[in-house]
Write a protein that binds this ligand. Structure first.
Ligand SMILES: [Zn+2]
Length: 504
């Protein structure tokens, strides 16, 4: 593997500034990691103070006049820049513009608003009281709309928000993408609901002690190949991955005694994110490019390990003997095939984070359509509960009994994260397209069954992980598969998998 040369980038002023930012951000992330994974509550306030100081210092550098000069200097010779320097310029310019184009007082007011919004949302969700969150949400949307005007947009204003999470993505592309996805999943789900074959999932709630689940997590980490000499696993309320650069990537999980599959698949999912982080090439380690390329490509990797590898029959066959040795007699009547089927059962459900592989994207389509309406001012916030419920009825055939399990379920909007949701579905679709290409080179079933997942990782590393954020998603997917994002792979993958599973 030829290494990219980062010597030129490292001789620039831009590098010197971003290097300082990188260290400040690592300090802030370490504090945040600690807060979420068991640091004593008594120290929260002190840590929050230190964290805020580190983050604001890094933020100030990212929008400083020094940064402006460093960017202009390189932009003057743009055509002669190597790929690494050009990527750093692209990322820093976007950061700089997205903040500096917004009047500073408005930015401050918005930050204050969103800092308090999560608590307001959480209380509203707990009390099932949408009206209590509506005024805050209305303001957050109004700011985001104004910000798209300041920042500028092509076509739909929502494109500017999408671009923050998936560089280059547009509503035109997503509309076509989701139309295809919807046209496949909605009827497929209906056929599954009416299918003769029913999958038995009753045994998945048999209790497994946390102690045993921890052993299981260690087994999964070993089989999947997350490197614990450059990584770590801890527990947190919600599973996540955080990277302190390629050489130290941390993951978390959460154990529920009567839902062992929850931790089982969160471990594999986060290992997928972690392996991506651990695969970055030498030349860009500990720089601002030592990071994933986009939310969508990030999810394509975590979901590849979770679904394409972890939810395959071959994987269950691989781990079955060792799994049984850990969980013991409790599951002695269950075969590898039964575990596999239960882990893939599909049904309409209310909650996105608990949705299965087939229906997941339907939850995302609903949010995408609603966000577009909101940002384009086509609906009023007070109409949200009604519109949400109508869409759940239309796409999934179910209506949420209350707003807590409906429009109030996700944290994203309280943080102003509009444009984020589509990344989850794009991740699924990139994953299927990557899989179709990989299958031309590798016999996945055989590699998984024989415990050679490392060969799959090597394939992904060579084409995706090593680049960090040097490339943009559309170039990357084209370089891997020879074509742009194409939803056909995703819908074919789902159709083949679920028709076989449910004997349709
Ligand atoms: Zn993820």
């Amino acid at each position: 593997m030829a290494e990219y040369d980062s010597k030129t980038f490292k001789s620039t002023t831009l590098y010197a500034i971003t290097d300082k930012m990188w260290s400040l951000n690592i300090g802030a992330s370490m504090l945040s990691w600690d807060m979420h994974t068991g640091a004593p509550e008594g120290g929260n306030e002190s840590r929050a103070k230190a964290l805020a100081a580190l983050s604001s210092e890094a933020f100030a550098l990212s929008i400083s006049d020094e940064m402006k000069r460093a960017l202009e200097e390189l932009e003057d010779v743009q055509d002669n820049l190597d790929e690494i320097t050009a990527a750093a310029v692209r990322i820093c310019r976007k950061n700089y513009d997205s903040t500096r184009k917004i009047p500073i007082e408005e930015m401050r007011a918005y930050q204050e608003l969103t800092a308090n919004a999560e608590t307001i949302w959480r209380n509203a969700k707990q009390k099932n009281d949408f009206a209590a969150f509506a005024p805050t949400l209305t303001q957050i949307i109004a700011y985001n709309k104004r910000f798209t005007t300041y920042r500028g947009f092509t076509g739909n204003p929502y494109n500017t928000l999408l671009d923050d999470y998936e560089p280059g993505m547009t509503t035109d592309e997503l509309d076509a993408f989701f139309a295809k996805v919807k046209a496949t999943i909605v009827p497929l789900l209906k056929r599954i609901t009416e299918a003769k074959k029913k999958i038995d999932t009753s045994f998945v709630n048999r209790p497994i002690s946390v102690k045993k689940q921890k052993k299981l997590a260690a087994l999964l980490i070993e089989k999947i190949g997350f490197d614990l000499t450059h990584g770590q696993i801890r527990e947190s309320a919600h599973p996540f991955t955080t990277s302190f650069g390629r050489n130290d990537v941390r993951i978390t999980t959460h154990y529920y005694e009567t839902e062992f599959l929850s931790s089982f698949y969160s471990v594999i999912h986060e290992c997928g994110h972690g392996i991506y982080g651990q695969g970055i090439m030498d030349g860009i380690v500990d720089t601002i490019l030592d990071n994933g390329i986009s939310m969508g490509i990030g999810e394509s990797q975590s979901r590849f390990y979770e679904n394409m590898i972890g939810r395959s029959l071959s994987f269950w066959e691989l781990i079955y003997p060792e799994l049984m040795a850990i969980v013991g007699d409790e599951f002695k009547d269950i075969t590898a095939k039964q575990f596999y089927e239960a882990a893939n059962s599909a049904r309409a459900s209310l909650i996105r984070v608990e949705a299965d592989e087939l229906t997941y994207s339907l939850h995302v389509i609903i949010r995408y359509e609603i966000e577009k309406l909101l940002i384009n001012g086509e609906i009023d916030v007070m109409e949200l509960p009604r519109i949400w419920n109508e869409k759940y009825q239309e796409y999934l055939g179910i209506t949420p009994p209350d707003d807590s399990r409906g429009v109030l379920q996700d944290v994203h909007w309280s943080a102003g994260m509009f444009g984020y949701f589509p990344s989850y579905s794009l991740g699924n679709a990139y994953g299927a397209q990557i899989l179709a290409t990989m299958e031309k080179d590798l016999d996945l079933k055989e590699l998984i069954r024989s415990g050679n997942i490392g060969k799959i990782t090597a394939w992904l590393r060579e084409r995706i992980h090593r680049y960090g954020s040097i490339k943009i998603p559309s170039d990357l997917i084209r370089a891997i598969s020879g074509e742009a994002l194409n939803a056909d792979y995703y819908v074919r993958y789902l159709t083949d998998k679920f028709e076989a599973l449910y004997e349709l």
